[in-house]
Write a protein that binds this ligand. Sequence first.
Ligand code: B1M
Length: 215
Amino acid sequence: LPLFERLERRIVDGERVGLEADLDSALDQRPALQIINDTLLSGMKTVGELFGSGQMQLPFVLQSAEVMKTAVAHLEPHMERADDGGKGRIVLATVKGDVHDIGKNLVDIILTNNGYEVVNLGIKQPITTILDAAAEHRADAIGMSGLLVKSTVVMKENLAEMNSRGVAARWPVLLGGAALTRAYVENDLTDVYLGEVRYARDAFEGLRLMDAIMA
Ligand code: B1M
């Protein structure tokens, strides 16, 4: 297979032998971010489709996810860094009950490389932990990621909890993840939350929204 098709195939097949060498060759031809966006994410999309239609079992999805993470970690040092972390600070987490973190970590990379300081709390984070971290780090915003349908409900509960703690005015909230839709966030959740809540379709929209929040 040609290089970029082979790389995409590696994600789908969870094949990591020779991965770094292929990534290095790819870096000779394209910027790191383009490799992630056009090639690696396309592989993850296929994984999602195969899993969703029952053609791929969970352990193989996990292998694909591991190869994806290894690939992103290998590419990250090759990404351009625009700024130095002075644009603002965001606490980022995958919500309670949800282990998916590839998208959240991409958001971290994109924001970090574009001048934000990111406090990445990891996966399965209850709202209490998120709010404690936001207070401790004096965050300018809170970002929550979730890929499961039930995570969209958790997000709604989290926003209600923030209202009842009286912290909605303090933290704008950025939400993202495959199970969310713009309509759900903009119609249902903006009604729930007393502060500002925004939907980001991908990491770049997350960056644009952070820029708008900090403007
Ligand atoms: Co899971 N999984 N998974 N999974 N998994 C999905 C989400 C699913 C849609 C697959 C499917 O059925 N087609 C499905 C959810 C169905 C539903 O809820 N209705 C599903 C399921 C069912 C499950 C389990 C329940 C399976 C099981 O155990 N029976 C289980 C859940 C466990 C749990 O969370 N409690 C599970 C487990 C796993 C693995 C561990 C094997 C693995 C995750 C590994 C990891 O993340 N470390 C995994 C994977 C890899 C997937 C799919 C195939 C791919 C997800 C991914 O990484 N995509 C996924 C299929 C899919 O999403 N269609 C699936 C690439 C990533 C870059 O995209 O995270 O969407 P994404 O991020 C995007 C945007 O959404 C956005 O930016 C990114 C791009 O720039 N974004 C943000 C994300 N967060 C953001 C936050 C922001 C802004 C933008 O601001 C804060």
